[in-house]
Design a protein around this ligand. Structure first.
Ligand SMILES: Cc1cc2nc3c(=O)[nH]c(=O)nc-3n(C[C@H](O)[C@H](O)[C@H](O)COP(=O)(O)O)c2cc1C
Length: 422
């Protein structure tokens, strides 16, 4: 089977974006932050930007196993990865163990750091055909696929799944996976437990080396709030020893800290909040590594980091993304702009601006690079001072709030100690 990924022919290089000036991602064991796999979003251009701003691991969009085996060019192109973005996982999906094993062998030729199996995609065209989250209703098949892929390759195999198929899977019961006696001997506990707790153990038994869990069921699709309590239950199961990656609705540095502290996960995977916001990883890293007491002076743009702070700096990153998308789309300007539109539509840079509706419509309609850039420049001219002032004020308020909070906690502590020493 030939692999159509020819790096010398590519028109986009990840080192264009990561470069030496980029923040080098630290492979820390604590507080690791991963870019979630997202179809049509996590292409090499976007992965490289997220990597630059500190993502500890990036994932490709999911790749269809059958199409890989059939050597479909538009699918094999999705295996394009670059050394600068490592560690990188290539994700595959499918419904037949043999085809998944064959696909994994093909993927291995692209030398990813991980091969990830998608057991969570809820959309009809995937789950309805028995792949992705569809396998949550056929756990024996899911485990067969996991074993087949693990046995087919030397690369570490990881998986990503959901809490279960529907609401029924959220409640403890005996043998929630509905496995036969043979399986029960090895993985199933006699006490009632939840579907995801048993599933995680069963996948671990198959040789899956890390498990990402999106805190929703298939029926929820993307509705409601992600439930992290069951993710925490999996992590705290004493029989689990593989890393657990929590996923779902982590949009701010504060929420990331809360999820690490409260649920003890090994890593957090961030998806939608990165749209038009790849520097979110750097903001999260900065927050997670900052002690609660502020020690640095308050300035809007700190020269010691590469995190874009001002509106102009953030817009410059978005422009860079547009250029990289155009390059990834074979230098087709219109295609590259349409491909990156989702990012300007969702970017927090353009949120909450007064009288912005018409400009927003114009930005989302523009289909040449010059037009997009001119609109972006006009936004910066019109709004930057207002936005940057607000950012600075919020930062001051937040820092003082945590300072006051910290001082009162220190005082409380000192007061509570006085009797012991008197
Ligand atoms: C546009 C889009 C495409 C997605 N594609 C994939 C995919 O290819 N593979 C996958 O495992 N999950 C996919 N997901 C799910 C995300 O990886 C993630 O689990 C989900 O968005 C919840 O995380 P979040 O709340 O941080 O966005 C996709 C989600 C979105 C919004």
């Amino acid at each position: 089977m030939s692999l159509l990924v020819n790096n010398s022919e590519r028109s986009f290089s990840a080192s264009d974006l990561t470069g030496e000036a980029g923040l080098t991602a630290q492979r820390s064991e604590r507080n690791a932050l991963y870019l979630a796999p997202m179809e049509d979003v996590t292409d090499p251009a976007f992965r490289a930007l997220c990597k630059r701003y500190g993502a500890d691991r990036v994932y490709t969009e999911f790749v269809n196993a059958d199409a890989l085996v059939r050597d479909i060019a538009s699918t094999t192109r999705k295996l394009t990865i670059h050394d600068a973005e490592r560690p990188v996982a290539i994700q595959i999906y499918g419904r037949e163990p043999e085809a998944m094993a064959d696909a994994a062998r093909i993927v291995e030729q692209a030398h990813p750091d991980f091969i990830d199996i998608n057991f969570g995609c809820p959309v009809k065209k995937v789950a309805g055909k028995g792949a992705g989250a569809g396998l949550l209703r056929d756990v024996p098949k899911m485990l067969e696929i996991a074993r087949a892929v693990v046995n087919a390759v030397h690369t570490p195999v990881t998986a990503k799944t959901r809490l279960g198929w529907d609401e029924n899977d959220l409640h403890p019961r005996v043998n929630p996976l509905g496995l036969s006696q043979n399986y029960q001997l090895s993985t199933i506990n006699s006490q009632p437990s939840t579907f995801i707790v048993d599933l995680a153990e069963a996948l671990q038994d198959c040789g899956i080396q890390e498990l990402a869990i999106h805190g929703r069921t298939r029926s929820q699709m993307y509705r409601g709030e992600a439930d992290w309590t069951l993710i925490g239950e999996v992590k705290n199961n004493p029989r689990m020893h593989i890393p657990i990656i929590g996923n779902g609705d982590v949009c701010t540095p504060e929420r990331a800290r809360e999820c690490f502290d409260r649920y003890g996960v090994d890593a957090i995977m961030v998806g939608r909040a990165t749209f038009g916001n790849p520097w979110l990883f750097a903001e999260m890293k900065e927050y997670l590594s900052t002690p609660t007491t502020p020690t640095t002076p308050i300035t809007l743009s700190s020269p010691s980091t590469l995190i874009p702070r001002s509106m102009a700096e953030k817009v410059a990153v978005l422009k860079e993304h547009v250029l990289a998308s155009i390059a990834w789309c074979g230098n087709d300007e219109r295609k590259g702009i349409i491909h990156s539109r989702r990012h300007f539509a969702a970017s927090p840079v353009f949120k909450g601006l007064t009288d912005f509706k018409q400009t927003r419509i114009a930005l989302l309609r523009a289909d040449t690079k010059d037009e997009v850039f001119a609109i972006m420049d006009s936004i910066v001219n019109r709004y930057a001072s207002q936005v940057d002032d607000e950012v600075l004020q919020n930062e001051i308020v937040n820092r003082y709030a945590s300072l006051v909070d910290q001082n009162s906690r220190t005082l409380e502590l000192q007061n509570s100690r006085i009797p012991e020493f008197s």
